[in-house]
Design a protein around this ligand. Structure first.
Ligand code: DC
Length: 217
């Protein structure tokens, strides 16, 4: 069985999807981590993230695997490295590449054949798994997402300026919504969940109730 969770940056998709998968006894597939891992590798090799053909070739070659919460490239743990500002700054360009998306979607489908999955990203319910058993569009208002991100940065001991965070987020939203292939849109048949005012356990409980009902578990 496949559950897809798509939505904009900062909606809390990753932590919620991971927790939901654990509760359901499903595997969790973080597709953003796949684009990040590829971006890390492109930068590591000193290649240009905008080189469409070259990056697509690297996408075909890269060995990405998951070990629990860890993301591995050719066996090397890159879980931290793929969250660096350098990777975050370049990942959109890599994810915009239609040839890269084709390779990644095909890998996602191959992976999900091996069991029950919660697949999280931007295009999981629209492109990768339009026939998924349950499709969720998880979102929150721009202001709420930016505030959460600021709180997270402060908790990590970093400085956070709400205006700056909001501006960066708007840029990412626009890019996610306007890429020609795999753009962020609400999938047909998906259930929209607006998480404004809900805390993490409430969101997970709510999603679990939806999935249990939809899948008849
Ligand atoms: O969710 P995230 O921030 O880890 O995603 C990293 C980047 O990858 C972000 O620019 C959106 C993009 N992405 C995508 O285009 N398609 C997906 N299925 C998942 C992520």
């Amino acid at each position: 069985m496949i559950v897809t969770i798509d939505g904009p940056a900062g909606a809390g998709k990753s932590s919620v999807s991971r927790q939901l998968a654990a509760r359901l006894g499903f595997h969790y597939l973080d597709t953003g981590a796949m684009y990040r891992a590829l971006t890390w590798w492109v930068l590591e090799q000193g290649r240009d993230p905008g080189d469409r053909k070259g990056v697509a070739e690297l996408a075909r070659q890269i060995d990405i695997s998951f070990a629990g919460d860890r993301v591995l490239v050719a066996g090397q743990d890159v879980s931290q490295a793929i969250r660096s500002p350098q990777v975050t700054g370049a990942v959109s360009e890599v994810a915009d590449n239609p040839d890269v998306r084709q390779v990644m979607v095909s890998r996602q489908r191959d992976l999900a054949r091996s069991g029950d999955y919660v697949c999280e990203g931007r295009d999981q319910g629209t492109v990768a798994f339009p026939q998924a058993d349950c499709k969720i569009f998880l979102t929150a208002s721009a202001a709420e997402r930016a505030q959460r991100r600021c709180r997270q940065l402060v908790e990590q001991g970093e400085s956070a300026d709400l205006e700056e965070v909001l501006a960066a987020q708007n840029k990412r939203d626009l890019r996610d919504e306007s890429r020609p292939v795999g753009k962020l849109v609400k999938a047909v048949g998906s259930i929209e969940v607006l998480t404004d005012g809900m805390d993490f356990p409430q969101v997970v409980d709510h999603l679990e109730a939806i999935v249990v009902k939809e899948l008849g578990l």
